[in-house]
Design a protein around this ligand. Structure first.
Ligand code: UDP
Ligand code: MG
Length: 314
């Protein structure tokens, strides 16, 4: 029998967790050829998520949990789950039932067909996000795909099943600032993409706000591509050429007509433009420098406080 570990990052999910386990158990019961185990990761929740996990672990033998010393973010929670997983297959999914467990049979079929991974993407029309958020998320996928060698379909979510081999490859990428959407693609392997209908969150609230998502998008781009750095280099070259032509024009005009002209407003505009470009460039360089700074410290990705499962031997 094949074993499957289900990794679930949880932040303030005390209300939804029992329901999540109940619904998922119903699906699991229809798949007797697999043996499932839950690895719930409490990412420093402020509510009683940990107590709920302990209760669930008492009720069900196959519920394991890891609880962080503080909130380290969903990426860290997923990493902790993967480090502790030892099954043949690993599923990663959200706790809020927005990733329907009813997709398990289809996902596992993908693996049986010989794929290394079966991942889901949200069908576009479904998500009732605000105009700004949808537009921004579209832009993000476009930029991400055009700037880096790591390609992913629009609407890709962190809901997937992977083989142990792929999980080991993901764990071998030990960067502290993790961007899983990119890492999943970067390691390669044969991924089958299947669409699913988005489900609105019914219990609890999403922990993302607009700026959180903005940061996430910048992290995504800067962790997998250096295109912005190349962009400012090209911008510098273009500015250099334009200003060269401008100076030549003024010089020739002064020689030919003998007039120099005041050009006060133009000077101010050009100054501002150049100033703006320099600021932008420093900002972009700073973004990368910041990443290097954090990465060189080699701090642990997460710190676990309590758990009822040991790290898997890799
Ligand atoms: N999550 C987490 N740590 C965080 C924020 C979120 O582990 O700091 C978990 C959360 O409990 C959920 C999943 O990540 O299982 C997705 O979070 P959420 O539903 O808030 O995001 P959305 O579905 O709106 O993208
Ligand atoms: Mg959600």
């Amino acid at each position: 029998m094949k074993t499957v570990d289900i990794i679930v990052p949880c932040y303030n999910e005390e209300e939804v967790l029992p329901e999540f386990i109940r619904v998922t158990n119903e699906v699991i019961a229809t798949l007797p050829e697999y043996s499932f185990r839950y690895i719930l990761v409490n990412d420093g929740s402020k509510d009683k998520t940990l107590l709920t996990m302990i209760k669930l672990a008492k009720e069900f033998d196959n519920v394991k949990y890891i609880s962080f010393s503080r909130n380290f973010g969903k990426e860290a929670a997923m990493y902790a789950g993967l480090e502790h997983a030892s099954a043949d297959l690993v599923i990663v999914m959200d706790a809020d039932l927005q990733h329907p467990p009813a997709m398990f049979p289809q996902m596992l079929k993908g693996i049986e067909e010989g794929h290394d991974c079966c991942a889901l993407y949200r069908e576009e029309k479904e998500r009732k996000d605000g105009f700004l958020r949808r537009g921004f998320s579209k832009l993000f996928f476009k930029m991400q795909n055009s700037m880096s060698s790591v390609k992913m379909p629009y609407g890709a979510v962190d809901f997937r099943v992977m083989t142990k081999q792929m999980v080991d490859a993901i764990l071998s990428m030990s960067e502290v600032q993790r961007f899983s959407k990119g890492i999943f693609c970067w390691v390669g392997f044969d991924t089958k993409w299947i669409p699913y209908e988005n489900v609105e969150r019914t219990i609890g609230t999403s922990s993302w706000n607009f700026w959180g998502l903005f940061r996430y998008a910048i992290d995504g781009i800067t962790s997998f591509s250096v295109s912005p750095l190349k962009f400012i280099f090209v911008l510098g070259v273009i500015m250099f050429i334009i200003s060269g032509i401008g100076m030549l024009y003024i010089a020739i005009k002064a020689i030919v007509t003998g007039e120099i002209g005041s050009g006060y407003a133009t000077t101010v505009c050009v100054e501002l433009l150049i100033g703006g470009i320099i600021e932008l460039s420093i900002g972009i360089i700073g973004e990368y420098l910041g990443r290097v700074f954090i990465e060189t410290k080699r701090r642990p990705i997460y710190i676990a406080k309590v758990k009822n499962i040991e790290k898997a031997e890799k």
